[in-house]
Write a protein that binds this ligand. Structure first.
Ligand SMILES: NC(=O)c1ccc[n+]([C@@H]2O[C@H](COP(=O)([O-])OP(=O)(O)OC[C@H]3O[C@@H](n4cnc5c(N)ncnc54)[C@H](OP(=O)(O)O)[C@@H]3O)[C@@H](O)[C@H]2O)c1
Length: 258
């Protein structure tokens, strides 16, 4: 007998479904029976998604009108959202002195305010129904600082802080918030952020596969886990950083000096 699908008929909105982790998430949720709404700005990649998911939609998270239009289309078509995945995000990797306020605002506009805009547009319907999951794809860079990451770390720390506070606000409503922190993942993310030689500069680093991030995220959403750190190595570092921050600091300095 076929295994029952874990998200049968669930309406799942995945932002940034046109690339990397988002594309894997869209495929994984669809494979588990979900009606996936996948969003992005890249029209060619959205066309590729058509046929594989229920509804590809153009969305620029930095534009309120675009966010409102997508929310309206989703609610008109499906009448509800079961899972809202804030996955779209951009990186920026420069030292602090090359990072102006405008640069940080640009990253925050997608990574934090984009999630806030879409949540404000879709969450009321979820709360009214008394069920659902909001899932923030954050990063291990939302838990600690990394060199040349001021803008990105600021945005992911902010996304985690916002998500944690939202967890508290939503207590008792039936809607849960899940925070997912992947380590470095093998996607076009670093190239898109102008860091094309990221892999070459980190020869020993085993990048996680985006399908593994998707699998971990589906598990976390199904369990309604408060927060998950993906990959055993990242989990150990995360725990060590909580318990003995100087040890991780020394490890990082040693690594950076090699
Ligand atoms: N790759 C990693 O090492 C890594 C590690 C930890 C966490 N993450 C996080 O995982 C998420 C996905 O990253 P990825 O690695 O899959 O990166 P990616 O391949 O560069 O994909 C980013 C996605 O975000 C979308 N996006 C960017 N700007 C947008 C905007 N203004 N409005 C709407 N959508 C926008 C892009 O779609 P369009 O271009 O079509 O708009 C694309 O689908 C991000 O939040 C990232 O911070 C990544």
């Amino acid at each position: 007998m076929a295994r029952p699908q874990r998200f049968q008929d669930a309406v799942v909105v995945v932002t940034g479904a046109t690339s990397g982790i988002g594309a894997s998430l869209a495929r994984a949720f669809a494979a588990e029976g979900a009606q996936v709404v996948g969003t992005g700005r890249d029209q060619a990649r959205l066309m590729d998604l058509a046929g594989r998911i229920a509804l590809p939609l153009t969305l620029d998270l930095t534009r309120q009108r675009s966010v409102d239009a997508v929310a309206q289309t989703v609610l008109d078509r499906f009448g509800r959202v079961d899972v809202l995945v804030h996955n779209a995000g951009i990186g920026q990797f420069r030292t602090w002195s090359d990072t102006a306020v405008d640069d940080i605002q640009k990253v925050m506009d997608v990574n934090l305010y984009g999630a806030v805009r879409l949540t404000r547009a879709l969450l009321p319907a979820m709360v009214e129904r008394g069920d659902g999951v909001v899932c923030s794809i954050a990063s291990v860079a939302g838990e600690r600082g990394y060199p040349k990451h001021t803008a990105y770390c600021a945005s992911k720390h902010a996304l985690i802080g916002w998500s944690r506070a939202l967890q508290k606000d939503l207590r008792g409503t039936g809607v849960d918030v899940v925070i997912v922190c992947p380590p470095a993942v093998d996607t076009p993310f670093f190239e898109n952020a102008g860091f094309a030689d990221y892999k070459a500069q980190h020869p020993g680093l085993a990048l996680m596969h985006p399908d593994a991030v998707a699998a971990g995220t589906l598990d976390a959403v199904q369990r309604r886990a408060g927060q998950v750190i993906l990959s055993p190595r990242a989990r150990v570092l995360w725990l060590l950083d909580k318990l003995a921050p100087p040890v991780v600091e020394r490890l990082q300095r040693w690594k950076d000096s090699r």
